[in-house]
Design a protein around this ligand. Structure first.
Ligand code: TIU
Length: 229
């Protein structure tokens, strides 16, 4: 049996992944953020900026699945009756249309609507847990931590959008719970390139105050050592 401990080149220094205890989390790669007519666009953003992360994430997903990693997907959104939507979140931005209102992909950021779905190229496979979350962090008001503890997961590989909002919030929640986090730089994206760069810099500064940063090619090259043997 081959050694499942893999050293991944990363900043600020290499991180070890013990594969049975590592999981890939793909955060909020939903049509509502990535395609025109959804929540991201309602916020006034250029959604095409997020599309750069799709191909790197698809490649990381394929490698992670081939290496046998646990893959978890998250989606930000609300119950159709909006009972889990804080009035502050609904009101913020004075959006029209706002959360819960009809748009070209159905009601914005509402579960079950077309815009809430994950983009088809990154669709979850049967058996991959999908976490529906009402907030920016994937731990708040979800069973993500329960799922990770049941599987004895200690290290998380994070991809998805947006770098400084849902990826960072999840990263911070995970870090305080003792999970070691590795962020895939080109597998994350922001509507604001400068926020993306800052968010990644903040992870790895101060000796890796929140964790580690690598890129998709480096991660895939490392996972292939296990896939090929
Ligand atoms: N998923 C996620 O990041 N939700 C956001 O609202 N992000 C923004 O950048 N607005």
């Amino acid at each position: 049996m081959h050694d499942m401990n893999l050293s991944v080149a990363a900043d600020p220094y290499p991180v070890t992944l013990d594969l049975p205890h590592a999981a890939l989390i793909v955060i909020d790669m939903q049509r509502d953020f990535v395609e025109p007519g959804g929540f991201g666009a309602a916020l006034g953003n250029d959604v095409t900026r997020l599309q750069a992360a799709i191909d790197p994430i698809a490649a990381v997903l394929a490698a992670a699945r081939a290496a046998g990693l646990l893959v978890i997907h998250t989606r930000e959104g609300h119950r159709p009756d909006l009972t889990d939507l804080p009035p502050t979140k609904k009101a913020r931005g004075r959006l029209d249309p706002g959360i819960g209102d009809p748009g070209p992909m159905g009601r914005i950021l509402v579960r079950g609507e077309a815009g809430h779905e994950i983009v088809p190229v990154l669709a979850p496979l049967a058996g991959e847990p999908v976490i529906d979350k009402p907030g920016k962090g994937a731990f708040y008001a979800t069973d993500l931590e329960t799922i990770l503890r049941q599987r004895a997961i200690a290290k998380l590989i994070l991809c998805g959008v947006t770098t400084e909002v849902c990826v960072h919030t999840t990263l911070r929640e995970a870090n305080d719970r003792g999970f070691e986090c590795l962020v895939v730089s080109d597998g994350t994206a922001s509507y604001f390139p400068e926020f993306h760069a800052c968010a990644l810099a903040m992870v790895k500064a101060q000796g890796g105050i929140f964790g580690f940063v690598t890129d998709s090619a480096t991660l895939i090259r490392t996972l292939e050592k296990v896939i090929r043997t």
